[in-house]
Design a protein around this ligand. Sequence first.
Ligand code: UDP
Length: 236
Amino acid sequence: MEKKDFVYEGKAKRVYTTESPDLAIVEYKDDATAFDGTKRGTIESKGIINNLMSAMIFEQLEKAGILTHFERCLDDRNMLVKLVQIIPIEVVVRNIVAGSLSKRLGLDEGTRLSQRVIELYYKCDELHDPMINEDHVLAMNLAGADELIVIRKLAISINEFLVPFFAKANLQVVDFKLEFGRFKGQIILADEISPDTCRLWDAETGEKLDKDRFRRDLGGETEAYIEVLNRLKGAR
Ligand code: UDP
């Protein structure tokens, strides 16, 4: 399958149409941004690692009965996916306090939450992705009530899959962000699952093996991303 027309360039990926109206090609870039796009850089080989890791996770999610946009990897950086209509909501799932939750609620980073927390953000760069609740989603017609129920169920199921999946690789899933899309009357998981979109801590040492290395100038970003990929491969 070949790239046809360029559709869209995001912070970490480019999207192209294909000869099939139902399929798109996602190209993973090495570009990294943080803090609402104010910090910019590149993480060498990130695009390759995130493409391979997302593919591996999407494949396993499909086996567990969770529908995703993943079709197959075309090469190191390019993934064939179903062309979905993205629902403009970022769904964040949290198991352990970190990042913006720590700041907002004054909780220490690393505090285990007594139950997972699901947060919704309106995917809108101009407004800096504000946090919203289910009423905002319905009032702004971002998704329907029935769709919200499905999104919430899927987010919980994905968390229940990811926590033991990463635990086998000796990694704690602190939090992560999901995006969903509409495809032929169904809601399916889209975007990516990678150290760009998840916080992953070594289960013993707590070492950060995710984009916080870039956000917080800790260095060793590529090494950390490769470490996660290799651990997942070893745990299969
Ligand atoms: N996240 C993401 N994209 C975003 C915002 C958040 O992938 O635009 C992920 C982030 O990597 C973390 C989780 O969602 O795994 C929760 O992020 P948080 O709200 O703590 O925000 P941040 O610390 O990124 O400002």
